[in-house]
Design a protein around this ligand. Structure first.
Ligand code: G
Ligand code: G
Ligand code: MN
Length: 528
């Protein structure tokens, strides 16, 4: 059953797709957020490193100014220069000490006056800058030394490592920052290391000074990136999850809707999968075909031919039965019209309709279009209304039936005996035929009481002047009984089963005494 059976193969993607659709905004959002965070970290790392370089340059400007001022004094006796050395310490905020050297010997300091210590120019990068891990005054304490020289004489100024440390800690509290001077470097721990510092885990930046031989390395530790994630994005993350859930739900809803019976019927209608089958109705006496009932079949691509009891209830429930019947009438007209010559005049074509068709007057147009396919008077269109669901006699329905009658369309009450139509109902809708339900026909040959019911139905219709069609005739005994009781028409497997148009036309053409030959051979056309 196409409308109730679940397709197993389709089950997997149906359940998977909402998850994928839900995950998509979350994954994309996380990707974009991560990219944005990395951009921000890179920019901030660049800015911080640049600031540290500027600050260290500013400190070194202090040192250079002091050393260059003292340079002309290098070589003069310490006693004479001592006060000037101290004055420079006082005047320059970052200068901790000043010193003079001559012939690779430091001979005068601002702290002690006369002094004697070897100076090795090779310690200094470019002969000017040395990052020391301590001196005799403060061993183990970082110190940056600036050297200005003129031949083998010169002046030296120093800055305490604490000033550098303060710059690193204040300018970039969240970053990893390292000052590099030659093969020595100092990080935020204030310890001077030898060698090359490790690169930061993310947003690594290395910026050299253009004025002094040092560089600053910046970036973030791996743990810091996670911390930034958590502090930056919890609200956005929540929003992404909500978006993902909404997308997944919308997708699931859409899938459900697309696989609903309604959508399946709409698809089938567009694919023109509803076909007319024809079951002949034979006339009393000679049992020649006096008409046929059109029965809908669904030629489903996977399920094959589907009987109407499986899908008509859905179609009625969803209101699609009207469009489906219109398509069926169109199909019927197009199948039969080219072979109208095979039909005798007044050939009855029965179309099943439901209460939905009677809400407005559009059925009139459908019937008119149908009849226009045939030569005037060749076919009699009979609308079969089921007695199971009676139509409300509203002004619109009464007008509809009035106009249908005026057009020559006949009304048959289908499944008669199974519902509860009153005599008034038969009169109001100007019913022309009663189709006795097959359950009554099946009673023939059973107990005498049951047969009384059938007989009274036949009598009633005769009194009301209505034509009678007996449905579901399967045995010769039933046929003969109905003939004895003057039932006008019979329909059932005994005469013919419902059949496709090609077969129906073929059978019509093969009848003995078929008056006219077909213009074309039906089987070829219909089967092609
Ligand atoms: O042919 P049979 O098994 O096929 O039909 C089953 C039921 O479906 C019958 O009650 C018949 O009246 C109904 N039916 C068949 N075709 C149509 C149709 O085109 N429209 C409506 N409304 N009912 C139909
Ligand atoms: O309700 P309605 O009269 O439209 O239904 C016709 C239904 O009866 C179709 O399903 C058709 O296939 C079925 N039918 C037609 N002739 C016979 C018959 O002789 N025996 C049985 N059991 N069903 C029949
Ligand atoms: Mn019917």
């Amino acid at each position: 059953m196409p409308l109730t059976a679940k397709h197993r193969a389709a089950l997997s993607w149906r359940t998977l797709l909402p998850w994928v659709v839900g995950a998509l905004p979350v994954v994309c959002g996380l990707g974009v957020m991560n990219w944005q965070l990395e951009q921000e970290m890179q920019a901030s790392s660049q800015a911080t490193t640049r600031q540290v370089v500027a600050q260290v340059e500013h400190i070194l400007d202090n040192l250079a100014s002091a050393a260059n001022t003292l340079l002309p004094l290098a070589g003069s006796p310490c006693e004479q220069a001592k006060l000037t050395l101290r004055a420079q310490v006082t005047r320059n905020a970052f200068v901790r000490s000043t010193n003079l050297f001559s012939h690779n010997t430091l001979y005068c300091t601002s702290l002690f006056g006369d002094f004697d210590e070897p100076v090795n120019p090779a310690d200094y990068v470019d002969g000017t800058l040395w990052l020391m891990d301590g001196n005799s005054v403060t061993p183990g304490h970082a110190l940056l030394v600036y050297r200005a020289s003129d031949g083998d004489r010169g002046a030296i100024s120093t800055v305490d490592g604490d000033h550098l440390l303060t710059a690193l800690r204040l300018i970039g509290p969240d970053e990893e920052l390292r000052i590099r001077v030659g093969d020595r470097w100092m990080g935020k721990d204030g310890i001077v290391h030898k060698g090359v510092p490790p690169a930061a885990a993310s947003a690594h930046v290395l910026l050299g000074s253009t004025r002094y031989p040092f560089s600053v390395q910046g970036g973030y530790a791996a743990a810091q990136q996670g911390r930034l994630w958590r502090s930056h994005y919890p609200a956005l993350l929540g929003l992404l999850l909500v978006l993902g859930a909404a997308a997944a739900l919308a997708c699931r809803w859409q899938i459900r809707r697309a696989s609903s019976p309604r959508a399946e019927l709409r698809r089938a209608l567009e694919a023109d999968e509803f076909l007319p089958y024809f079951q002949p109705v034979v006339r009393q006496g000679d049992y020649r075909w006096a008409g046929a009932e059109v029965l809908m079949r669904w030629n489903h691509p996977q399920e094959g031919l589907v009987r109407p009891d499986l899908f008509i209830p859905y179609a009625e429930h969803s209101g699609q039965i009207v469009d489906m019947t219109r398509a069926l009438m169109m199909h019927t007209a197009q199948s039969l019209a080219p072979y109208a010559g095979l039909l005798e005049d007044g050939f009855h074509i029965g179309i099943n309709i439901t209460a939905d068709h009677c809400r407005d007057l559009s059925l009139l147009d459908d019937c008119r279009t149908f009849l226009q396919h045939f030569p005037h008077g060749r076919v009699v269109l009979t609308l079969e209304l089921t007695e199971r669901k009676l139509i409300e006699p509203t002004p619109v329905t009464l007008e509809l039936f009035e106009k249908l009658h005026a057009m020559g369309v006949m009304i048959a009450l289908d499944d008669f005996g199974t519902g509860q139509s009153s005599l008034n109902y038969l009169r109001q809708f100007k019913v022309d035929y009663l189709k006795i339900d097959q359950s009554f026909v099946a009673l023939i040959g059973a107990d005498a009481l049951s047969v009384h019911i059938l007989e009274s139905v036949i009598e009633l219709s005769a009194k009301l002047g209505l034509g009678i069609v007996a449905e579901g005739v399967e045995t010769a005994a039933q046929r003969d009984y109905l003939a004895r009781h003057d039932v006008d028409f019979q329909q059932g497997y005994l005469f013919a089963k419902p059949m496709p148009a090609a077969q129906f036309l073929e059978a019509l053409a093969a009848r003995p005494g078929a008056t006219q030959l077909p213009q074309r051979t039906p089987p070829e056309i219909m089967r092609g």
